[in-house]
Design a protein around this ligand. Structure first.
Ligand code: FOL
Length: 200
């Protein structure tokens, strides 16, 4: 029995763990997006690809020119009847996150599984034992200006059940890709750090 790691990847504003506002991200961070693309794309076995699992609204929030996210196996979670759905080319569909994760575990050509949002998918999957890791980019506003947020990660569950690991452990999880700066990165009005959590 082989099992692939399942990781949430998310950018969140501290201290609230806010992740969105009005269906979109409250910031535009180019280096951070490159980190997302690299981490979710990088494989150690060149015959395999990683999977990205997302809710339907997250799919719609990705610019059309970038979807399906290239070089990754894209899965959309939707409540719609799968037999009646207008399916996009190169995308796989499921009604339940759990079913998606179980099916992906059985596909030999998938290396790692990343859950890429949104809030409903993040918060329902972390409370299952199916998620092993959290890759959280922890963001702060440089001038402590209030950033409007209406969507949050379940901070209490995370702090009670996961533990922050070291930068070396993050590096070992993502493999030989270049993390660039490992300490605080500044982009526009925001500063952030890449963090890695696993279960306690
Ligand atoms: N995790 C992290 N760390 N940062 C994020 O911004 C993030 N965003 C989502 C999920 N997890 C995240 C969901 N939103 C694209 C756009 C929105 C999005 C996720 C991905 C996207 O277009 N990605 C392209 C790269 C585009 C570019 O290079 O500008 C990709 O190929 O991954």
């Amino acid at each position: 029995m082989s099992s692939k790691p399942v990781s949430i990847i998310v950018a969140a504003l501290l201290p609230s763990f806010g992740i969105g506002s009005k269906g979109t991200l409250p910031w535009k961070l180019r280096k951070e997006m490159k980190y997302f693309r690299n981490v979710t794309s990088k494989v150690s076995d060149p015959t395999k690809i990683n999977a990205v699992v997302m809710g339907r609204k997250t799919w719609e929030s990705i610019p059309e020119k970038f979807r399906p996210l290239p070089n990754r196996y894209n899965v959309i979670i939707t409540r719609q009847d799968l037999t009646k759905l207008e399916k996009e080319v190169g995308v796989s569909y499921e009604n339940e996150i759990n079913d998606a994760l179980i099916k992906l575990q059985k596909l030999d050509h998938i290396e790692k599984i990343f859950i890429i949002g949104g809030a409903e998918i993040y918060n329902s999957s972390i409370i299952t034992q199916l998620v092993n890791n959290l890759l959280i980019t922890e963001i702060k506003h440089s001038k402590n200006v209030e950033v409007e947020m209406d969507t949050y990660l379940n901070k209490e569950y995370i702090l009670n059940n996961f533990e922050k690991r070291t930068k070396d452990e993050l590096q070992s999880f993502i493999g030989d890709m270049d993390l660039g700066e490992t300490e605080t990165i500044v982009e526009g009005d925001f500063e952030y750090q890449y963090e890695f959590y696993t279960r306690k």
